[in-house]
Design a protein around this ligand. Structure first.
Ligand code: ADE
Length: 272
């Protein structure tokens, strides 16, 4: 996979040299390139923004500077195959992090992990002129405006780091043991992950739950599912409401009932 990031703060993305993403880059699994948006400015002051039409506070990032940057980085390698939509660079999937975007979830990460080429456009100030996304779409490209959560950051850089990490760890060969991707929070089961423990078995007067030391795999599996259900019930009512009743067994319903959730009209609802 190729990933380009365009930003006015390239140093912010230095973390991509570290850890799993850094290793994936060294191993040739993902080719990440970080660019300074100001390289596409044409004036002496290297200006990237201007005042908003219609008035209001703050500055808006200029479409001409962004347009040149995206056209350059989205262009396929000269040796590469012809571009899908017949427009240079249109096949690159443009990701624009913004608090006004659709929610970025594990499903979004899975979808993006299937792409050949992602271009992240990190906006600052009040955002990027809306015509930049419109133009990429009109050229046959895909644009995803995505929010990593209901809070406002100073720019798209941190959100880009979050999304690249979530996507890169799904690429084959990045996570050492692919089994660890199977049971985690926000996986197919729609539950948060159960609590985990390691040695020593007693620490600061706190004991690891007996069942985990029992070696009894069926009992351990059931205990972990009970805990995942209890955690999800306590912390994420939205996830409980989204559970598919048909995928729950009798014991699941018992645990959920203990946590105050019962089936009503085909889905789980809080009692009372
Ligand atoms: N830029 C600023 N805030 C953001 C958020 N919550 N998600 C994605 N990009 C952002």
């Amino acid at each position: 996979m190729r990933i380009d990031v365009v930003t006015i703060f390239p140093d912010y993305l230095a973390a991509l040299d570290l850890s799993l993403v850094g290793k994936a880059r060294t191993a040739g699994i993902v080719d990440v390139r970080v660019h300074d948006l100001r390289d596409w400015t044409t004036d002496r002051h290297r200006t990237v923004d201007d005042t908003p039409f219609g008035g209001g506070a703050g500055m808006v990032m200029r479409p001409d500077v962004w347009g040149r940057a995206i056209a350059d980085v989205a262009r396929p390698e000269p040796s590469g195959e012809p571009d899908g939509a017949g427009v240079p660079g249109a096949r690159a999937h443009l990701v624009v992090p913004t608090p006004s975007g659709r929610s970025f979830t594990q499903r979004t990460a899975e979808a993006l992990a299937g792409e050949d080429h992602l271009v992240f456009a990190c906006g600052r100030y009040e955002g990027i002129d809306a015509r930049v996304a419109e133009h990429h779409r009109a050229a046959g490209g895909t644009v995803s405006e995505l929010s990593i959560g209901d809070y406002v950051l100073n720019g798209g850089e941190v959100a880009t780091l979050v999304m690249i990490e979530a996507v890169a760890r799904l690429l084959p060969g990045v996570v050492g043991n692919p089994e660890s991707l199977v049971e985690e929070s926000h996986g197919a089961a729609g539950l948060l992950e159960y609590p985990v423990y390691t040695k020593p078995p007693a620490w600061e007067g706190l004991e690891v739950p007996e069942v985990l030391l029992s070696g009894h795999h069926a009992r351990i599996h059931r205990w972990r599912r009970d805990e995942a259900l209890r955690r999800t019930a306590a912390r994420r009512p939205d996830m409980v409401r989204a559970l598919d009743l048909a995928a729950l067994d009798r014991r699941d319903l018992e645990v959920l009932a203990e946590s105050g959730w019962t089936p009503r009209d085909g889905r789980l609802d809080r009692e009372g």
